[in-house]
Design a protein around this ligand. Structure first.
Ligand SMILES: [Cu+2]
Length: 526
């Protein structure tokens, strides 16, 4: 399939705030979803009509053998310069629910995002008659750049009064989304995609039974739940069997919220109600709506359909999230005290050009937070979050097994009840975006069997800007022998005067002349 996007500004009123400058494709927002089948190839041509560089990431695709197509600007490529174009080629090997989004200057937050659905070729391991796609987005009265500026300024209130957004469902005001039509007795697969920059979305369908069968492009054993709670960048598929008669219509509930945004009547949380129509004109049934929190889907309760047991750990890495005021005068986030900043040469190009030195984490510069992984070793990440904020962390190139949550013991404040340790009781479910709840740790595992350069980052875009990012350099020796960047990708750099070889500063050895020094922590908040 060939898809062409002319990426440009779209001035649009999507939420009754008046006109806001968004970023769309071919002059429209929302961008239409892309729907394909395993075995297809998607050629996505991106022409850049913005006045900044742009790039596209296929969120959830592992890019096995094609790390350079991952689309993370200044990590695996140079951004596409204004006026230029580039064609991404994705060979679709995974079935599931994914999304395509901008990965340069956080353009996803201004609308450059759309679902990517990949159907199984042949029989799906999950049987259903029809499917329904629901995408969730947040939308604000300011552009992302303006909201980020306010959040980084320690003199401005947090959360920002502009931080309460509006909700879009399938790209339109969540109160105006087209009804879903159900036919009696049919089985529906609802694909739920949260493409937000900041907000969580809860989805429930009172009067019907819902079973989770997929999270983040990974099939799970079916689990009956009351509803799903979807963090930014996460996806769920749920199966719903329609009632056997069409005497009544029903309503679904969507609650948009962020736990760190104080409750404000009508604004936070925001409730959207949508219609499930069995028969035009039939009465709506008041289905008993109960909120049994024990029956909301939790990834620790889910089991992978492929029955892969928990991987035996070769190396465990501890990562602690924090936030501080830095010598730049900004609020910044950090893993293990390192706040991320982009290198001057894309990290992948450093790996590919530095020979044996690519094994030395120092060549990636002090702020890439590079961690070199050995080919095929099983990595466990123990991610501690001693903050009151929670973070949805996304790993590129992999889905990880979710094996355990527990309290970050030394950090739990006196007025907070420490959660108990919870482990997966069988084969763990896999996903690519995990929430690290406040005052908790999460343990995840993955096998480093996909040579490449892969980011781990918070998918709340403001926290990405604030530096909650690190870079895995996976199997650099294998990568050097097996992957070659297409010349037209390297040209994206040379057009902008960016070096495509050398260390993080584009120099040889450990000479970082030209790379800004790492800022220092002035006031540690967490
Ligand atoms: Cu975050």
């Amino acid at each position: 399939m060939i898809v062409s996007w002319d990426v440009g500004y779209v001035d649009i009123d999507r939420a009754g705030y008046g006109i806001v400058r968004g970023i769309g494709a071919n002059g429209v927002l929302p961008i239409p979803p892309v729907i394909l089948t395993v075995g297809d190839t998607l050629a996505l041509t991106v022409h850049n009509s913005l006045n900044l560089t742009t790039s596209i990431h296929a969120h959830g695709l592992f890019q096995r053998g094609t790390s350079y197509m991952d689309g993370a600007a200044m990590i695996t490529q140079c951004g596409i310069p204004p006026g230029s174009q580039f064609t991404y080629e994705y060979e679709l090997k995974q079935a599931g629910t994914f999304w395509l989004h901008g990965h340069d200057h956080h353009q996803n937050s201004d609308g450059l995002r759309t679902p990517l659905v990949v159907h199984d070729r042949g029989q799906s391991p999950v049987a259903y008659d029809e499917e329904v796609l629901l995408s969730f987005e947040d939308w604000y009265s300011e552009t992302f750049a303006e909201r980020a500026r306010l959040t980084l300024d320690p003199t401005k209130p947090f959360p920002s009064p502009h931080g309460i957004g509006f909700g879009l469902i399938n790209g339109v005001n969540g109160n105006l989304t087209k009804p879903i039509n159900f036919q009696p007795g049919r089985m529906y697969r609802l694909r739920l995609v949260n493409m937000s920059a900041t907000m969580w979305f809860q989805f429930s369908l009172p009067g019907h039974t819902m079973r989770v069968v997929e999270i983040d492009g990974e099939y799970t054993e079916p689990l009956e739940v009351y509803g799903v709670d979807i963090a930014p960048a996460q996806r769920y598929s749920v199966l719903v069997t329609a009632h056997s008669t069409n005497s009544f219509n029903y309503r679904y509930n969507v609650t948009m919220y962020a736990s760190f945004i104080p409750a404000e009547s009508g604004l936070s949380p925001r409730i959207f109600i949508g219609d499930i129509i069995y028969q035009q004109g039939a009465p709506f049934i008041q289905a008993s709506s109960y909120d049994d929190s024990s029956r909301w889907a939790k990834d620790i309760d889910l089991h992978a359909l492929d029955q892969e047991p928990a991987l035996p750990v070769d190396r465990s890495l501890e990562l602690t999230i924090g936030r501080s005021v830095y010598s730049t005068g900004q609020n910044l986030d950090h893993f293990n005290n390192i706040t991320y900043a982009f290198p001057l040469t894309p990290t992948l190009y450093t790996t590919l050009s530095m020979g044996d030195m690519a094994m030395d984490e120092r060549v990636y510069g002090p702020q890439a937070h590079a961690i070199v992984l050995k080919h095929n070793e099983v990595i466990e990440l123990v991610i501690h979050n001693p903050e009151s904020l929670l973070h949805p962390l996304h790993l590129h190139g992999h889905a990880f097994q979710i094996t355990e949550y527990g309290p970050t013991k030394p950090f739990v404040p006196n007025n907070v009840t420490a959660v108990p340790v919870v482990k997966n009781s069988g084969v763990p479910a896999k996903r690519d975006t995990v929430v690290v709840p406040s005052y908790q740790y999460v343990k995840v595992r993955f096998r480093a069997d996909n040579p490449g350069v892969w980011m781990l980052h918070c998918h709340m875009d403001i926290h990405f800007v604030m530096g909650l990012v690190l870079t895995f350099i996976e199997a650099p020796g294998v990568l050097q022998k097996t992957q070659k960047v297409p010349p037209e990708m390297l040209e994206l750099c040379t057009k902008q005067g960016i070096k495509t070889t050398g260390n993080a500063a584009g120099n040889q050895g450990l000479n970082f002349t030209g790379l800004p020094p790492m800022p220092t922590i002035v006031l540690r908040k967490v």
